[in-house]
Design a protein around this ligand. Sequence first.
Ligand code: ADP
Length: 153
Amino acid sequence: MIIKPDGLLKSLTGNIITALSETKLKIVAAKVVKVTREFAEKHYSQLLPGLINKFGEEKGKKVFEEVLNYLQGKFHTDRILALVYKGEDAVQKVRTIAGETNPEKASPTSIRGRYGRIHSETKVFENVIHCSDSEENAKKEILLWFKQEEIVE
Ligand code: ADP
């Protein structure tokens, strides 16, 4: 799970971790990261086709750039907080409390429903946190974001 730069700037770290504590999952890693453009591209290596599908080629590429800028903190603060939650059905439990990707569609009591917004100019869903969408992607993302020795089992 990643608390994105808007989550940090808005001092939502405590609220987010408290909301996720309902899952009873164990935190096994946590760190602050300054995200480079190259790293943001790696994290979002699967995202561009969906944005082109929604916005068309030219606008989709522009929105993708803004999503990369968003993760780098160009609109908020230049850091994120990455955490690894471990336990049964961890991916599903975190996603339920996070809410849908689109903060306007997310349940109003979910993290994204409460704190997210759609930026009217960039069209980016500023949805405060990222969470993995499958076990397979969770494994990939943990490998991308963390070194083995940073994970405390
Ligand atoms: P999630 O973070 O819920 O797994 P995705 O990986 O599909 O969602 O998208 C990554 C990020 O890109 C989102 O969190 C959001 O900031 C942005 N994004 C995704 N899809 C859209 C969209 N259709 N319009 C605007 N921003 C989007």
